[in-house]
Design a protein around this ligand. Structure first.
Ligand SMILES: C[S@@+](CC[C@H](N)C(=O)[O-])C[C@H]1O[C@@H](n2cnc3c(N)ncnc32)[C@H](O)[C@@H]1O
Length: 307
């Protein structure tokens, strides 16, 4: 049977916490996973104004990198994923929380979740691994399961940003030398221009409240069936808080360094020098931890870690 499907491909990457953490965001240990998870959990909490009355769903939750930090702030946190192996690690990591629920998806839909049952939903680092038809169908499913007035946060790679384009070109270059008798990996990285991503969100029925594309990511916050007054108050809220969840230019630059290190285009020392130049700002602390882990895992290639 052809194993080039989302479920088999993602299951094959995960057999333990260690391999699961690497598969979700390149974290090489639990400490890094927690600090990255805190960063993204804060972003979700602010972008969606999440509070203790909310039932919140994450589409493609992986090992619950985000859920572990976010669940204590909501009434119920629901993690769904196509990979049972990811969910097994997630369940272990969240074993001490009693307001969480998991569903392993059989197909690319949210059939396990009733209509109009969720207050807020988000998906991070998943749409960038989906074919466009599946991306659109998941958006339609998110619309169906949300209560009227409910909000979503979604993101994907931004093809129209210089660093997004560079990331995509790595994909094109890889494909240029790949085995063309094989279909492309269904889980490969995929990209949208901001207009295209906006279109999928709008055509799923949502009203866009904020769309941000000055970084390597397109980020969108959108609402289902809101009155004009309620929409305006959401927009006012986002304007006030966007600098706390929208990726900064420095975040994009650090991402570019990390990408070049990963593809072995530069030595990690070069990235460390840039990180040092930023001082102890939170984004530098975040990437320093990530880089030390990545470098430490590849000392044969790059030599001992220099901090
Ligand atoms: C890069 S990981 C991100 C995990 C998590 N959102 C995070 O940010 O830590 C991508 C996740 O999406 C899940 N996924 C991939 N394709 C999927 C699909 N078609 N339906 C549902 N989940 C999917 C994978 O199993 C994996 O857990």
């Amino acid at each position: 049977m052809d194993r080039n499907n989302y479920k088999d491909k993602w299951n094959d990457r995960v057999s333990s916490l260690k391999s699961g953490a690497i598969a979700v965001d390149g974290s090489t240990d639990e400490e890094t996973l927690l600090s990255n998870g805190q960063w993204t959990s804060d972003q979700m909490q602010i972008a969606l104004n999440i509070n203790k009355d909310d039932t919140v769903l994450e589409m493609g939750c992986g090992v619950a990198r985000i859920g572990k930090l976010l669940a204590p702030h909501c009434k119920k946190w629901i993690g769904v994923d196509i990979s049972e192996n990811m969910l097994n690690v997630a369940k272990e990591r969240l074993g001490d929380l009693d307001n969480v629920e998991f569903h392993d998806l059989k197909r690319n839909d949210l059939a396990c979740i009733p209509d109009n049952s969720v207050d807020k939903a988000y998906s991070v680092a998943v749409f960038c691994h989906l074919d466009k038809e599946d991306l659109f169908n998941y958006l339609r499913e998110m619309y169906r399961i949300l209560k009227p007035g409910g909000t979503i946060y979604v993101e994907t790679w931004n093809l129209a940003h210089d660093i997004g384009w560079k990331r995509w070109q790595y994909e094109a270059d890889n494909w240029f030398i790949a085995d063309h008798s094989q279909r492309k990996d269904v889980t490969r990285n995929q990209f949208c221009s901001p207009d295209e991503f906006d279109l999928y969100v709008k055509k799923s029925g949502f009203d866009i409240l904020g769309s941000y594309s000055d970084s390597v990511w397109n980020q969108i916050v959108a609402v289902k069936e809101a009155t004009d007054d309620s929409k305006q108050s959401h927009i006012d809220y986002l304007v006030k808080h966007e600098s706390d969840f929208v990726y900064s230019a420095t975040f994009s630059k650090l991402f570019e360094y990390a990408m070049d290190v990963t593809y072995n285009a530069i030595h990690p020392k070069e990235m460390m020098t840039y990180i040092d130049s930023l001082g102890d700002v939170p984004v530098a602390v975040l990437y320093r931890r990530f880089l030390i882990g990545l470098w430490g895992n590849n000392v044969e290639l790059w030599g001992d870690v220099e901090q």
